[in-house]
Design a protein. Structure first.
Lengths: 538, 271
């Protein structure tokens, strides 16, 4: 086993261990919210559980998975040893210690603030310091990704950076930009408040800084799925990538348009003028562009594969695709969930329509479908694809893998579609329990119960995922070799510097961020508003 | 090098043009056209509407604001500003003890343990809660025959001294087991509330670390006569210094048995 394999495995194990625990907690939460488990457990326990579930899924699963995947891509796509391996291990341990600190604080009941950082409510400082350490660990990863690409470009002057690595570095740069907002909020506002150094906190500024991070972080989680769409799915389907340039443009557009848009989470907030909300709404709409480019490019790539396999006619190529391969199946299911989730997202980002679903169950349903569905199913597919290479084993059969993916897809649809409907009915989010004796709430009961059944299916699928990887470790079949990344139909020989690096795009991000967030943040410093009392929840 | 520059220059130019065009479109629509059009409907001139849209002036460009020009009549004059918190933080326990011995001791006891059932215990009470109530007595937001006169004679810093003195006195920790069993409906009301009647759980605010308003009093070990009396005063609208009428609306929906049960719950030292 190469040392980078051990590094990837360590990251993946932490990521998926957190995922399993969080899946169990999530199902329990669905149960106590439903008429079947109403009035079970204290609200304290519920909010503790939501905090643990959210922090594990959103911060631990994602960050560790993305780091592990990035190290794998850096070594395999560039075909050279990962630079600074000792630093990578240091980053891993920093992030792991941070995770354990946060977990201990949550379990002690001193951090039941959910996993978002909305002062004046503050948790114990250890919770925040732990999460800052997770971010610091991920910064080490960002630097290593940039160094790996820069060194490779030095050794291969004029050559096009492999697309998988280009996407990974785009994500690393996106993450560096993204974390500036929350890091500023935590270091200058929340942690001093949690440590009792200050008694008041500017909630408007804190919410604004958190919004800086809040949307871009979602694209940080999403990009590995897109990297897989462009660089792994076409090969798995037996074809080629339709356009390498489209892939580069997609990653660039995500970098540009996922940052100056976070204020669409603050449409109902009073601390910003309508003009800035409008500008950020318009910029949010442009996030749809890279997604549409991807749907076009990947569908075209799949068509190429389907026709190579003998598919004929307008739609015949779809049936000819090798749906029995987990990566192809996951991509197809992911696209379906992306269609529903993306449609819901357009409602969220529209200034007017947002008003009808703001802070309702619609929002929770949306991010479960788009993150838990579209993104996490691709995490499974990536793990299924990479794991055999890390331990040089092969699956005895991929049928259990397919079953797990199908179950995840069906469970996610069954859970989130009624949940969206409940949001439209006005069901509020962030509430520990519902009194089903109330006639209006009682009418929600059947939908919540169906949603819970979806949750149970997801739990079974999560356990099946662990079982499949366990079975791979037990497998006696050696394997895990062969080509991995898809080739483009026209492999890039020379690409413009703009599509082979990030200098220009960083400048444009800076311009957009200055326009979108410059005055909205400066106003709190130029004319400070009355601060709120810190509420310590411990 | 020259070749790659020639390849790259159009990208630099056109990408920048595209991004800046999108940005300017947003600015033109969001900061100029939409506010001017909306402002017309609300009877605002273009300049005011644009300034409101940018957040330079308060209010929305789409509505006449404020809607109501009658001056507000707050139920309490206490606002938790950093300056007030500083006064509270600067409270001196020794000065507070001296004032307590001089004024409060007769009814509230030396350590805040009241010998009279209708007078609240103040030992271990939150300093912010004591401060708010004394301040409210002083400004007339809360009225009581004895307390109004006493509080009017105290200035802000003395109120803070007394508050931190009582806050520092220990709870007595009665043995809940000795106080008899509590009906499960009462425990349920404290922990879950009752959504049918729109009653939030008491523990939503009256529990350490619940995240309720800072002035929320600690009810644990409070005398039940006093608690019953105050809930009745809130219910009958005779006491009205609760911000947003929270306690008035809650108390009015409680039955007399529930009021008694809740008072017994808190007297027993539960939180």
């Amino acid at each position: 086993m190469r040392s980078v394999d051990r590094l990837c495995l360590a990251h993946f194990r932490v990521a998926f261990a957190a995922f399993l625990v969080a899946a169990i907690l999530g199902t329990w939460q669905m149960w106590v919210r439903s008429p079947l488990g109403a009035s079970v457990g204290d609200p304290d326990i519920y909010f503790l559980s939501v905090t643990a579930h959210g922090a594990s899924m959103a911060y631990v699963l994602t960050t560790f998975f993305i780091m592990g995947f990035g190290y794998f891509v850096a070594e395999t796509s560039l075909g050279r040893a990962l630079p600074g391996r000792a630093w990578a291990w240091l980053g891993f341990w920093i992030a792991l210690i941070g995770t354990l600190m946060a977990v201990a604080t949550i379990l002690s009941g001193r951090a039941s603030v959910l996993y978002t950082f909305y002062p004046p409510m503050t948790a114990n400082a250890f919770f925040y310091i732990g999460l800052v350490l997770v971010v610091v660990g991920s910064w080490v990863w960002c630097v290593l990704m940039i160094v790996a690409m820069t060194q490779w470009k030095g050794e291969n002057p004029g050559a096009a950076v492999p697309l998988a690595m280009y996407g990974t570095v785009a994500n690393a740069i996106l993450w560096l930009w993204t974390t500036v907002g929350v890091a500023a909020e935590l270091l200058f506002q929340v942690i001093p408040a949690a440590l009792s150094w200050v008694q008041t906190i500017d909630a408007g500024l804190a919410r604004t800084l958190f919004s800086w991070t809040l949307h871009a972080i979602v694209y940080f989680w999403l990009l590995p799925a897109y990297i897989a769409f462009y660089t792994m799915v076409p090969r798995a389907a037996g074809g080629r990538l339709y356009s390498d340039t489209m892939g580069r443009l997609t990653f660039i557009l995500f970098l540009i348009y996922s940052l100056p848009v976070g204020m669409h989470h603050l449409f109902m907030d009073p601390e910003h003028g309508n003009a800035f909300k409008f500008i950020q709404m318009l910029l949010t709409a442009f996030v749809a562009v890279p997604t549409l480019l991807t749907i076009f490019t990947i569908s075209a790539s799949m068509e190429v594969a389907g026709r190579l396999r003998g598919g004929r006619g307008l739609f015949g190529w779809i049936g000819a695709l090798p749906w029995d391969r987990p990566m192809v199946l996951a991509a197809g299911l992911s696209f379906v969930m992306l269609g529903f989730g993306g449609g819901g997202g357009l409602v969220n980002m529209s200034y007017g329509m947002n008003a009808m679903i703001h802070n309702t169950a619609w929002v929770t349903a949306h991010f479960h479908l788009i993150f838990g569905g579209t993104v996490v199913i691709m995490y499974f597919a990536i793990a299924y694809e990479i794991w055999p290479r890390l331990i040089a084993r092969e699956y005895a059969s991929v049928a259990p893998l397919r079953r797990q993916l199908w179950l995840w897809f069906i469970g996610m649809m069954v859970m989130t579609l009624p949940w969206h409907w409940l949001g439209l009915q006005g069901q509020w989010r962030r509430v520990a329990n519902f009194n089903y004796a109330d006639p209006i709430i009682a009418s929600w009961g059947p939908w919540v119960t169906v949603s819970f059944v979806g949750g149970l299916m997801l739990l079974i699928s999560a356990l099946l995922f662990a079982r499949n990887l366990f079975a791979l470790h037990q497998s006696a079949i050696a394997g895990g070799q062969g080509p991995f990344y898809a080739l483009a139909i026209h492999p890039p020989k020379r690409v413009p510097a703009a599509l082979n690096g990030f200098g220009l795009w960083n400048v444009l991000v800076a311009v957009l961020m200055l326009a979108a967030y410059g005055y909205p943040i400066a106003q709190f410093i130029v004319a400070p508003s009355p601060s709120a009392m810190v509420h310590r929840v411990e | 090098m020259a070749e790659s520059n020639a390849l790259d220059q159009p990208w630099r130019i056109w990408a920048s043009v595209a991004v800046v065009t999108i940005l300017l479109t947003g600015v033109l629509l969001g900061a100029i056209i939409v506010p001017i059009v909306q402002g017309r409907g609300a009877g605002l001139d273009a300049y005011t509407a644009i300034c409101r849209a940018l957040g330079l002036l308060p209010g929305s460009p789409a509505q006449v604001q404020p809607q109501d020009r009658t001056p507000p009549s707050p139920v309490s004059q206490v606002s938790w500003t950093p300056a007030i918190l500083k006064v509270l933080a600067g409270g001196d326990v020794e000065r507070g003890r001296a004032k307590v011995m001089e004024v409060c001791v007769a009814c509230h006891g030396e350590q805040g343990v009241s010998p009279t059932p209708a007078v609240p215990h103040l030992n271990g009470q939150s300093a912010a809660a004591i401060y708010k109530q004394l301040h409210d007595y002083r400004t007339g937001s809360r009225v009581n025959e004895q307390m109004t006169g006493i509080a009017q004679a105290l200035d802000e810093s003395v109120i803070a001294d007394v508050a931190v003195y009582f806050a520092g006195q220990r709870k007595r920790n009665p043995n809940p087991a000795s106080l008899g069993a509590l009906p499960s409906e009462i425990v349920d009301l404290v922990v879950h509330g009752d959504t049918v009647r729109g009653l939030p759980p008491c523990a939503g605010c009256h529990r350490t670390g619940s995240g309720g308003p800072i002035e929320t009093p600690i009810l644990s070990e409070q005398g039940d006569d006093y608690l019953v009396q105050q809930l009745q005063l809130f219910a009958s609208d005779k006491r009205r210094n609760d911000v947003y009428g929270r306690m008035r609306s809650i108390s009015a929906r409680l039955s007399p048995e529930e009021i008694k049960g809740l008072a017994a719950y808190y007297r027993a030292g539960f939180r």
